[in-house]
Design a protein around this ligand. Structure first.
Ligand SMILES: C[S@@+](CC[C@H](N)C(=O)[O-])C[C@H]1O[C@@H](n2cnc3c(N)ncnc32)[C@H](O)[C@@H]1O
Length: 418
């Protein structure tokens, strides 16, 4: 049964504006009527009621983990190991990781001396030795345009880009499954041409390809973070793949930081600290007195757009906003909810669902960067687990067919239809 905003507000004992705000923040899921009004399923209202009523008991912080290894994976651009750890936790043995940043490579080696970590530029690695012996090749290649692509030479057209190196690895190894990961902006990058080229190239290499944006906040991660995942299943593999389905709960900052170990962290300069001191939990620059707003925002004060990341303080009762590579950037501040300081390194790691014993190498700035760059471990786990189900033939298989080879201009439509 479906309820209107007004009815949902009455049932949950909050104002209609609160319902609209929750919906905007992704804390409650709405359907849309033919006239585009929000409608709420009673089960969804029950879920939200349970979560916010006294009956709700905290889940606390956890890192998902499952049975012993059955399959194996090679990951390029592996950073500090968010995705790699997700794969390990989902039952994969790590055959090789390639990463050129010294601190990130050291992080991998220090935490998993048994992992084969190559501190190198991917372009210098020959993968021939792994041919036909690897189940999954994964890689979060940085996004670059292929303006010169389309000369009919397949992936040779993209030579010089990091996607080319990923595709070269796939073509040399011919894994059962190829997994690409990227920021959501890839969908619109170069008006969709970049993604379209990637999909075509993987298809040319003999893979059935699908992609989807996954929202970490609905997959056991206490953070709003969206990433696009591109999955290619080798054409001769007669198994289907389905993306993990979203959970019906989110995790709050309070749950995530419960019992978080103390650690080093950045500090705000005194002037900035005094400004942020005035911002309430969940608030931002608009909550400051007008004269302070003008002084703090400078030229940005008159610019259009919400600028909701500026002078932002996190809220204990919601998932964190997306973490960046530096915790105190002016456009994307994420001040601790009750203390006036950036999150510490371990708090950052918690919000990316790294376990507390995963140590990061290098300077504090480098540690923040490695964590901010990572795929959240639990998100990696869910994707890896979906791949595991395909490899073991137990996937429920929503994506069995070959996806359209023409990526439509309306990328978001395709994204929701996959
Ligand atoms: C977005 S991060 C990857 C994060 C990682 N998947 C995780 O979950 O922690 C991309 C990584 O690619 C690395 N990288 C960029 N270019 C590279 C290259 N040519 N060879 C090897 N690594 C590279 C960067 O140093 C960075 O750590």
């Amino acid at each position: 049964m479906l309820k209107t905003v007004q009815e949902a507000a009455t049932i949950l004992g909050v104002s209609p504006d609160t319902i609209r705000r929750w919906e905007k923040k992704g804390l409650i899921k709405a359907l849309r009527s033919t006239h585009n009004y929000r409608l709420f399923d009673v089960n969804e209202l029950q879920r939200v009621y349970d979560k916010y009523s006294a009956q709700h008991s905290s889940r606390g912080f956890y890192v998902l983990k499952t049975e012993p290894h059955r399959f194996n994976v090679i990951e390029l651009f592996s950073g500090a190991g968010g995705l790699a750890l997700g794969f390990e936790n989902a039952g994969f043995e790590t055959r090789l990781l390639v990463e050129w940043d010294k601190d990130a490579a050291n992080t991998l080696k220090a935490n998993r001396p048994s992992w084969n970590v190559l501190h190198s530029d991917v372009a210098r690695v020959d993968f021939q030795d792994y041919a036909d012996a690897v189940d999954v090749v994964a890689g979060g290649f940085p996004c670059q345009a292929f303006s010169y692509a389309g000369q009919g030479r397949g992936f040779e057209d993209t030579r010089g880009t990091l996607f080319f190196e990923f595709a070269r690895c796939v073509s040399q190894i011919r894994p059962k499954i190829a997994l690409g990961e990227n920021v959501k902006g890839l969908l619109e990058h170069d008006s969709g041409r970049t993604l379209r080229t990637m999909v075509h190239i993987l298809e040319d290499l003999g893979y059935k390809v699908c992609f989807r944006v996954l929202k970490a906040q609905f997959l056991d991660v206490p953070q709003k973070r969206e990433r696009v995942f591109i999955v290619g299943v080798r054409e001769d593999i007669d198994q289907s793949f389905s993306f993990p389905s979203e959970r019906d709960y989110t995790l709050s900052l309070r749950e995530a930081l419960e019992g978080c170990p103390k650690s080093a962290g950045a500090l705000y300069p005194e002037k900035k600290r005094r400004v942020l001191e005035m911002v309430p939990p969940g608030g931002y620059w608009r909550d400051l007195p007008d004269d302070v707003q003008r002084d703090y925002m400078g030229g940005s004060y008159h610019l259009t757009g919400g600028k909701t990341g500026m002078a932002r303080r996190l809220d204990w009762d919601e998932p964190s906003l997306t973490l960046t590579c530096s915790p105190a950037q002016k456009q994307t501040e994420r001040c601790h909810p009750s203390e006036t300081r950036p999150l510490t390194v371990r708090e950052y790691a918690r919000l990316q669902t790294f376990p507390d014993d995963w140590a990061f190498s290098g300077s504090i700035a480098s540690q923040y960067k490695q964590i901010g760059n990572a795929v959240p471990v639990n998100l990696g786990y869910h994707v890896a687990r979906a791949i595991y189900d395909t490899l073991s033939g137990t996937s429920e298989g929503a994506v069995t067919k070959r996806e359209p080879t023409e990526v439509p201009r309306q990328l978001s439509l395709w994204e929701t239809s996959t």
